[in-house]
Design a protein around this ligand. Structure first.
Ligand SMILES: Nc1ncnc2c1ncn2[C@@H]1O[C@H](COP(=O)(O)OP(=O)(O)OP(=O)(O)O)[C@@H](O)[C@H]1O
Length: 214
């Protein structure tokens, strides 16, 4: 289970964006997170992806409390949670080929050959892997970002508006990729979206943020 308890987080002193939020993402489940723009969904995503330290409250990852966030997060905890953001372009190094984008987290593992299986999993052809970000579409780049997030077989995946920039067929394809991991590997997913129809169809249940306590 990936859980946040009594989370308080924000950016300006005295103005918390999250004020006592509780959320649980069990393994093998897609939990949807919905709420109006600006209510703190991305902030909660960053806290649960261990990229932002909450002011107070606890994040617990499979029974282990998380004490350090951002670059200080221990590798074992950092690799246990993958994340995919809405905008793929700022999320990648523009000088890399897509093969290098996907291979980035694999460097430390000595398994660069895993790139081909990951590319196939997300529907990227070998030819697309040779291209750089400016030579591919948003959807193709987002496929590479999803492959990168899945490369270390995270136990949890945070999808923060992962499909908001994408057409219906690419959205369906990426949701299928994530669903297969949920089914076959027991990955727990936090799916954040403005698209209620998508969440109703994708998530086991949808948690509202910004409409009182959750
Ligand atoms: N880096 C930042 N510095 C200062 N304020 C920020 C920062 N990031 C977000 N905020 C503020 O925190 C609040 C919550 O933002 P957040 O992005 O978490 O909301 P959201 O629900 O994901 O919004 P959206 O649905 O529009 O993406 C907003 O008022 C936003 O302006």
């Amino acid at each position: 289970m990936l859980s946040g308890t009594d989370l308080v987080a924000g950016y300006r002193k005295g103005e918390p964006v999250l004020d006592g939020v509780n959320l649980e993402v069990p393994p093998g489940t897609v939990v949807g997170l919905a709420g109006p723009s600006g209510c703190g969904k991305s902030t909660l995503a960053r806290v649960l992806a261990l990229l932002q330290q909450p002011w107070s409250g606890r994040v617990v990852l499979d029974g282990e409390p998380v004490h350090r966030f951002r670059h200080a997060t221990p590798r074992a905890q950092r690799t246990a949670v993958g994340v995919v953001f809405q905008h793929p372009r700022p999320a990648v190094d523009q000088r890399f080929t897509l093969r290098q984008v996907v291979a980035e987290p694999l460097r430390a593992t000595g398994r660069p050959d895993a790139v081909d299986a990951l590319a196939e999993e997300v529907g990227l052809t070998p030819e697309l892997l040779t291209r750089r970000p400016h030579e591919v579409s948003d959807g193709q780049l987002q496929r590479a970002c999803l492959a990168r997030a899945l490369a270390l077989e995270p136990r949890y995946l945070v999808c923060d508006e992962m499909t908001a920039m994408l057409d219906a067929s690419t959205t369906a394809a990426l949701v299928r990729v994530v669903d297969r991991r949920v089914r076959e590997d027991g990955t727990g997913v936090l799916a954040i979206s403005h698209d209620e129809e998508l969440l109703d169809h994708w998530a086991a249940h949808v948690v509202p943020l910004g409409t009182g306590s959750i």
